[in-house]
Design a protein around this ligand. Structure first.
Ligand SMILES: [Zn+2]
Length: 375
């Protein structure tokens, strides 16, 4: 089932070796098991998590040295002999980076999955290796988190399905009612996705306020659907928040920055009966000090969002296909895979919203494949 031109060949892929040490090196094209697929990566997206993993040099789900990158879209090129017949070579697809328990018998699934918390699956299977010309799609992912792409959706747009699925997970879990005031702290790609999804989902029935420290991102936030955008570089002034929201505090505050300070600000902004949604990941050991008096007497809920479920991935793909979220506008840089180190720098400098990496070059040139080596 493996085309001869791929069998036993090598490719140049990003391999994480340790903290700050990622190398583009020659590795075997991933072998596939009976239920797996092999796909050609046409576009991979790089995000802040990739940057964190790179700096830490580790991830719970990457064995070091290990393949790297988790947001991608591409074309199926080979299938294991027992792979689901739905998937055939030549299909344009997008896959999530994980799959929870998929046992048909619910009692065989892990406790988190049985409780309906698939994002917290104890046996979550992660898949890395998107910064490469080819990626293996494990059988479990082909069962629940793989989608065929219609011709009108580009690979680079589809590569943003995974982060959008995390946003969909938040929107699924956080109750929002007519007339609610929603604050989104941070107008990076995730903050902008939140604005677009919430506006599409709730129309004009809610009021959306975006906060950021950069004027260019605030302007984008308004164009994505925010009613107001506030520069909080000097801290959120109560008076300006009140003016923007019409009230002192918000019903829902989403932290989409990933810093202790932004979490602190977000908590301060949550009002009576409100909800804080910590979305941005922070380093281990980061501690948030909370006013327990307010937490208790104002019944402030905290709903952290980390991952996604298959239902969220389905929602995200559908939102991209139906153009409900203008993900293409988030793509502000395109680089060949060989420029991964520069792409990692750009994430840190925040000079880009999303950078797309092309393992084959933007026009599908066969760069990146080393076919001069056989075993
Ligand atoms: Zn599970």
């Amino acid at each position: 089932m493996i085309p001869v031109e791929i069998l036993n060949r090598t490719m140049v892929a990003a391999v994480l070796h340790g903290p700050g040490d990622v190398r583009l090196e020659e590795v075997p094209i991933p072998p596939i098991g009976p239920k797996d697929l092999l796909a050609r990566v046409e576009a991979a997206s790089i995000d802040f998590t990739d940057r964190k993993v790179y700096l830490r040099g580790s991830h719970p789900m990457i064995t070091i040295p290990g393949l790297f990158g988790h947001e991608w879209a591409g074309v199926v090129v080979a299938r294991g002999e027992q792979a689901d017949v739905r998937w055939q070579p030549g299909m344009r697809v997008v896959a999530a980076n994980s799959a929870p328990c998929t046992d048909p018998e619910p009692s065989a699934r892990c406790r988190a999955c049985r409780r309906g918390r698939q994002g917290m699956c104890e046996r979550l299977l992660y898949n890395n290796g998107a910064f490469a010309p080819y990626i293996r799609i494990p059988g479990r992912i082909t069962e629940v988190n793989l989608y065929e792409l219609p011709a009108q959706v580009s690979f680079e747009e589809a590569a943003l399905a995974e982060p959008l699925a995390c946003v969909m997970h938040a929107v699924r879990r956080v109750q929002i009612s007519d007339g609610d005031r929603v604050v989104i702290v941070g107008a990076g790609p995730i903050g902008l996705m939140f604005i677009a999804v919430l506006r599409y989902r709730y129309g004009q029935s809610i009021r959306l306020l975006s906060m950021d420290h950069h004027e260019d991102r605030l302007a984008l936030a308004k164009s994505f659907g925010a009613d107001a955008a506030l520069n909080t570089a000097g801290g959120p002034e109560n008076a300006s928040v009140r003016m923007a929201l019409g009230v002192e505090r918000a019903d829902v505050v989403i932290e989409a920055v990933g810093s202790a300070q932004a979490h602190q600000e977000a908590f301060e902004l949550a009002g009576r009966g409100g909800t804080l949604v910590p979305f941005g990941g922070v380093a281990q050991g980061t501690v948030l000090s909370l006013d327990l008096h307010r937490l208790h007497y104002e019944e402030i809920r905290i709903i952290p969002i980390y991952h996604h479920t298959p239902a969220d991935v389905a929602d995200a793909v559908q939102a991209i296909v139906r153009r409900e979220v203008p993900v293409a506008r988030l793509i502000t840089a395109r680089l060949p895979l060989m420029e991964l180190p520069r792409a990692l720098e750009m994430v840190q400098e925040r000079t880009t919203l999303r950078t797309i990496l092309f393992p084959w070059g933007e026009r599908g040139a066969s760069k990146g494949l080393r076919n001069d080596c056989t075993t």
